[in-house]
Design a protein around this ligand. Structure first.
Ligand code: DQA
Length: 143
């Protein structure tokens, strides 16, 4: 199984960014941990702060025939019609992941424009959410 783990804006700052909300693990650590935890999965990891670049990465995941995408769209979750359209327009199933529980925070974080185009959303379990996303895609694809 080949999966893309895709992270959006400001997630390159994990480890130092608002650690009380997002934890102390860096994105590099989270990615290395996924590699260690799922030796039978071939991961590609990507992060961008740009909406267009994230759309390109989703299209590339489709073109490469990836089996799924675990996607944390960061702040674009709540605003981006274009990212939702990209998720809706590709074949690989996408799981939306958030480190924090977006439903327990400010009102504007309670709405995801992207989740309706995904197979599901995982929110509030910190870095474990990425692991749950991988497991969810494995079950979904076996389905
Ligand atoms: C986030 C939640 C978003 O609301 C926020 O803008 C982020 C991180 C999360 O992982 O909890 O950048 O996606």
């Amino acid at each position: 199984m080949t999966l893309l783990i895709l992270n959006g804006p400001n997630l390159n700052l994990l480890g130092t960014r608002e650690p009380g909300t997002y934890g102390t693990a860096s994105l590099d650590t989270i990615e290395a941990d996924l590699d260690d935890s799922f030796p039978s999965v071939t991961f590609s990891f990507d992060q961008s702060n740009g909406e267009g670049a994230l759309i390109d990465r989703l299209h590339a995941a489709h073109d490469a025939g990836r089996d799924g995408v675990v996607f944390n769209p960061g702040g674009y979750t709540h605003t981006s019609v274009a990212l939702r359209d990209a998720v809706a327009g590709i074949d690989p199933p996408v799981v939306e992941v958030h480190l924090s529980n977006v439903h327990a925070r400010e009102d504007f974080r309670r709405t995801s424009r992207i989740a309706p185009a995904c197979v599901g959303q995982i929110s509030g379990f910190g870095a474990t959410g990425y692991h749950l996303g991988v497991r969810a895609l494995r079950e979904h694809n076996a389905g």
